[in-house]
Write a protein that binds this ligand. Structure first.
Ligand SMILES: Cc1cc2nc3c(=O)[nH]c(=O)nc-3n(C[C@H](O)[C@H](O)[C@H](O)COP(=O)(O)O)c2cc1C
Length: 180
């Protein structure tokens, strides 16, 4: 099983995508073989609670989530929450997340939305029994220059969360995947 990094932004100049790539590099440096699921490159329907589950791209994405040893969700903060693409993915794939270890890499416009990932985290914990890594990355535009992370503290934080994901996933391998 490999860790899965999900990049949720559809912005070609996405900063959360930079966090995603940095986390992948950090895990590779530790001998892991993380995979990337880029929602900007993956056409998915809006969840309608019915026919959308049958879309040709939904089942392969669901299988990648089920197969993941742990998941890092790299998301923009939009309107004090994860972006709609992240929420739509969760709506489309729901039970595939059962019992997963999940960490967050958040790109935001300002510091005021620091706690905004909590409703998403709550759904993962309470609906799908996920173990949410309590340390997450929250980076504003000041942390970036061009397509790189310029702030060494954010670089270090990404490495720390990537290391946490590997450690939590290893330690919790036997975690039950049922939703009871
Ligand atoms: C529709 C929209 C809503 C946003 N809402 C917030 C917000 O509530 N809090 C915040 O700190 N930044 C907010 N931002 C700023 C984004 O989080 C910021 O631009 C971030 O870099 C986006 O991630 P990305 O670069 O990976 O696409 C918003 C941006 C957009 C376009």
């Amino acid at each position: 099983m490999s860790p899965l990094v999900i990049s949720c932004s559809h912005n070609p100049a996405s900063r959360s995508a930079i966090l995603a790539r940095e986390a992948i590099a950090a895990m590779e440096a530790q001998g892991a073989q993380p995979e990337l699921l880029d929602l900007a490159q993956t056409e998915l329907p809006f969840c309608d609670g019915g026919a959308s589950y049958g879309h040709e791209n939904v089942q392969p994405v669901r299988e990648r989530i089920i197969a993941a040893s742990g998941i890092l969700l790299a998301t923009p903060v939009y309107n004090y929450d994860a972006n709609a693409a992240a929420k739509n993915l969760l709506e489309l794939t729901g039970q595939a997340w059962n019992g997963k270890v999940v960490g967050f890499l958040c790109a935001a416009g300002g510091h005021g939305s620091y706690m905004s990932i909590m409703p998403f985290a709550n759904s993962l914990m309470l609906d799908f029994r996920c173990v949410v890594i309590p340390r997450f990355v929250y980076a504003t535009g000041q942390a970036f220059e061009q397509q790189t992370i310029a702030d060494p503290a954010v670089q270090e934080r990404v490495k720390r969360v990537a290391t946490d994901l590997l450690a939590f996933s290893e330690a919790l391998q036997g975690l039950t995947k049922d939703a009871d």
